[in-house]
Design a protein around this ligand. Structure first.
Ligand SMILES: [Zn+2]
Length: 615
């Protein structure tokens, strides 16, 4: 819920591989045909590999960014920890790709054996998309290899499961709802072969068995009456048992290596290792959020649910290994004091206490894996309200991405493509940095539960979108007060506002299921409606009225918070539909001008730390 993707919040409107949606309608139709039509009917056309020209069109628009922060200051123990954590990252990368497509790893293995030019290009395309389903220049998702399209629930649900079947099963089995919608379990059909596999893994790994009381008895009960119409939940530790047991061992080795020099980091790693086998992250999250670490930090595990487009409740695996910028982090924490007063200023009635001592830090990305891979500028975790309530949340700002000169290059051009010339220079790197920082703080402020005390997830598919929208708006809303306090200069405030406009601009019509892009488009439309932005059709440029900015932000923030507090999925959805409209004569023209400025559309990240150690 709280992970910022570079493409959405940064100059450059880049697409990332992860978190994008596939052609749901087509996939379901295909499945329907397969299920309903007997062998006599004509088979649907088998998916074909993209042509060299199709692959080339994407790779020509792909910028490769190599991250290579210095690790020279690390102690010998920390270096050992780095190698172990990178190994865990590789395991998570495989699990992530498996979670997103059942044929991912076999397709990848086949590609890695190919030596022809097309095979190598496809392998790069696979890496860019972290799987065989690729994003096109038209922002569509489709198989680039000869594999079936992925269903909305990807591979963490039965491949042929429809939303209707799942909903019907949940309605008929209310006692199973919690398990079947759990953050860290896969949904399976109670078929004999599947149950046998799961029971065998429980016997093979007594630790997983012991950490899931009642699970074995439940599976044995199902095995007495196997029925593919019966759905059950297998915890991730069981579904990916071999991988999680290996990761548990590696994390403990990493902990051993830093136990003397950074005992708090070591304790975090041991707790998280156990979490991977219990699927309950509370102990590791507490150690992560409350610990004070030295030179390293890491996000480890399954946190974000963007890839689950069936229910939006299942988390996908990722790992980020980060090297701390110690001095910058200390300075930043000092600057963050006094945020309770900002919370108290937000436009809603209920008041809550927020933690004054947010664990915010500035880091260099050593390597990202799985769900975390890409141009994320910052991370804010955990997402679960009860954990945030107890332990607060951690904010990890990724300096070597936010300040990467290759990534920054061209941002002025893109802004300039959309905004009138005499305002185009208002955007500076400062604006993007502060907007990103205060977006993350924004997740910390405002309601964390609905008015009736339920988790915000109750809003359903648009919960993420609203949370991101709120965070965006908070970053802009508090700016006026921060200027009053002297935190921002007048130029910085204007640059932040300019960055807020840049944030809204799109180079393509967003898909309804893209939470970031949709909420950006909503802000764009709101700013037009409130005359913060004026559009000149003859030049296709936007101009900004800064005097209207703060009030417009306040009013939209007020509505968004009210919808979060109401906790009603249909109200949320109608609000998104109302403000998420796309007008070809306006948005389309600006988008075309932006595209014309863009040398690249996609970014592929590479990590020096991975090429220098065996894979
Ligand atoms: Zn966010």
């Amino acid at each position: 819920m709280k992970l910022m993707k570079l493409p959405m919040n940064f100059p450059g409107r880049f697409q990332t591989a992860a978190g994008s949606r596939i052609g749901v309608g087509a996939a379901l139709l295909l499945l329907l045909v397969v299920m309903l039509a007997p062998a006599t009917a004509q088979a649907p056309p088998a998916p074909r590999e993209w042509s060299p020209a199709q692959v080339r069109a994407i790779l020509d628009k792909t910028q490769t960014i190599r991250l290579a922060p210095s690790l020279a200051h690390l102690s010998p123990g920390e270096r050992i920890a780095v190698t172990r954590l990178l190994e865990v990252g590789r395991i998570f990368q495989d699990v992530y790709e498996q979670q997103r497509h059942r044929a991912a790893l076999t397709a990848r293995a086949a590609l890695s054996r190919r030596t022809d030019t097309q095979g190598r290009a496809l392998y790069t395309l696979y890496r860019l998309n972290q799987g065989p389903i690729a994003t096109t220049l038209e922002n569509k998702r489709e198989p680039a290899l000869a594999v079936p399209d992925a269903p909305p629930g990807k591979n963490v649900y039965p491949w042929d499961l429809t939303k209707a079947e799942l909903d019907a099963f949940l309605a008929a089995h209310p006692n199973e709802r919690a398990r079947l919608t759990d953050l860290r379990s896969v949904v399976r059909r109670a078929e004999m072969a599947v149950l046998k596999r799961d029971l065998a893994k429980l016997r093979q790994y007594p630790a997983i068995d012991a950490l899931h009381p009642g699970l074995r008895a439940r599976l044995q009960g199902l095995a007495r009456r196997p029925n593919r119409a019966t759905l059950y939940a297998a915890p991730y530790s069981l579904a990916y048992a071999d991988e999680m047991v290996r990761s548990h061992g590696l994390l403990n080795e990493a902990a051993d290596a830093v136990a003397g020099s950074d005992p708090q980091f070591a304790r975090y790693l041991r707790n998280r290792a156990r979490d991977l086998l219990s699927d309950d992250y509370e102990s590791g999250d507490a150690a992560w959020l409350k610990g004070r670490f030295k030179n390293l930090n890491a996000q480890i595990g399954a946190y974000e649910t963007y890839d689950d487009e069936l229910l939006g409740t299942r988390a996908f695996y990722g790992l980020s290994l980060l090297a701390t910028r110690t001095r910058e982090s200390a300075e930043l924490r000092e600057a963050m004091k006094g945020i309770q007063a900002l919370e108290d200023m937000l436009p809603y009635e209920r008041r809550r206490r927020v933690m004054e001592d947010i664990p915010v830090g500035v880091y260099d990305v050593v390597a990202d894996f799985g769900q975390t891979r890409g141009g994320n500028t910052a991370t804010n975790l955990p997402n679960e309200a009860y954990l945030v309530e107890r332990y607060g949340s951690i904010i990890l700002l990724r300096a070597n991405i936010m300040r990467n000169p290759d990534i920054f290059r061209g941002s002025g051009d893109i802004y300039g493509a959309a905004v009138v010339p005499n305002q185009a220079a208002h955007l500076t790197p400062d604006g993007n940095f502060y907007r990103t920082l205060w977006h993350e703080v924004g997740h910390y402020l405002g309601p964390d539960v609905t008015a009736s005390g339920q988790a915000l997830d109750v809003i359903g598919a648009d919960a993420n979108l609203l949370e991101e929208l709120k965070a965006d708006l908070v970053s802009l809303f508090v700016a006026k007060e921060l200027r009053r306090r002297g935190y921002y200069s007048e130029d910085q405030l204007r640059s932040l506002y300019a960055s807020g406009i840049l944030r809204t601009l799109q180079n393509n019509k967003p898909r309804r299921e893209q939470p970031y892009n949709m909420m950006q488009l909503m802000q764009w439309n709101w700013f037009l409606d409130r005359k913060v932005l004026a559009f000149d059709p003859s030049s296709a440029k936007l101009s900004i009225d800064y005097d209207r900015y703060h009030e417009a932000v306040r009013d939209l923030l007020k509505q968004v918070i009210a919808i979060q507090e109401a906790g009603d999925a249909s109200v949320a959805s109608a609000f998104v539909d109302r403000w998420g409209k796309w007008d070809e004569a306006l948005h389309g023209k600006v988008a075309a001008n932006i595209r014309a400025q863009q040398r690249y559309r996609f970014r592929l990240f590479e990590y020096a730390a991975l090429s220098s150690s065996p894979s």
